[in-house]
Design a binder for this molecule. Sequence first.
Ligand SMILES: Cc1cc2nc3c(=O)[nH]c(=O)nc-3n(C[C@H](O)[C@H](O)[C@H](O)COP(=O)(O)OP(=O)(O)OC[C@H]3O[C@@H](n4cnc5c(N)ncnc54)[C@H](O)[C@@H]3O)c2cc1C
Length: 286
Amino acid sequence: MTSTYDLHMPATAREAIDLLARHGDDAHVMAGGTSLVLMMQQGLIRPAHVVSLHKVSELRGIRSTADGSLEIGALATHREIERSPLVRAHSAMLAEAFARIATVRIREQATLGGNLAHADPAQDPPPALIAVGALVLIQGPGPAREIPLEDLLVDIFTTSLEPGELIVGVRIPPLAAGTRAVYLKFLPRTEDDYATVSVAAAAVVAGDGTVRQLRVALGAVGATPIRARAAEAALLGLKADEKAIKAAAERAAEATDPIADGRGSAGYKRSMARVFTERALRAVLA
Ligand SMILES: Cc1cc2nc3c(=O)[nH]c(=O)nc-3n(C[C@H](O)[C@H](O)[C@H](O)COP(=O)(O)OP(=O)(O)OC[C@H]3O[C@@H](n4cnc5c(N)ncnc54)[C@H](O)[C@@H]3O)c2cc1C
């Protein structure tokens, strides 16, 4: 059952940060509320103060910056990201990854910042964003900072945010000309389920077939999304043939540490990680 709490509705990010500083561990941020309210209903958290971001309009919006980066505000909903022409122009893969989340009802409500702060390793946006080199924009009591998304997600349901810090948005630098990217989500149960395994890959291949750039990230097969650096290193600078792709996918599977649950055993998920990495690599390197 939900306990009673004071609801605060700040109008700016600074006011929200000040409220968090004033109430410390007794306060929780609420964006779309899709995860927070469930956690409160289940008694997993009992905040005395809920700081809603609903009126903080500076955290909304999606824009291109002068250097060609894409900036997505923390309060952008999954649905806004999925439908944004700016996002699609920057990376169609990103728009498609957000379109794979749950149902339209959830996507209309849930926000980017809430998704990243929740740090569930089975979520869709993190591997897709890691594959395109996303940086997280953070504000808090100290100086504003910008960190690679990999450095935000440190353990299951755990981020590197300091007390009182807010995610204010995400910046995706311009992608190199000719970047090909794909997001694959393996869903053996229902279309609106969390991934059993997910793989995002982004690559640049030279005219002679040499792999010039490659980033591969996997979801749902460890405590955090996993950047498959050994798989990337196995292909960079080479002309990727089927044998090299299979060997790299094997490296990616070795980097996983899945748990057994209702979606499958650890061994099954590791095998699916290999199979889906192979498919993702074929898609971006062909
Ligand atoms: C039925 C259901 C199915 C789902 N299926 C999927 C799925 O298939 N794939 C997927 O990726 N996700 C899925 N989700 C998760 C969903 O994407 C997240 O619940 C959502 O993104 C959280 O965003 P929110 O705005 O609702 O966050 P909230 O619920 O408001 O907050 C979540 C957490 O983030 C913190 N927080 C929120 N905003 C910020 C911020 N700006 N800065 C710092 N901390 C913040 C809150 O304090 C809280 O701890 C599902 C959720 C539900 C309920």
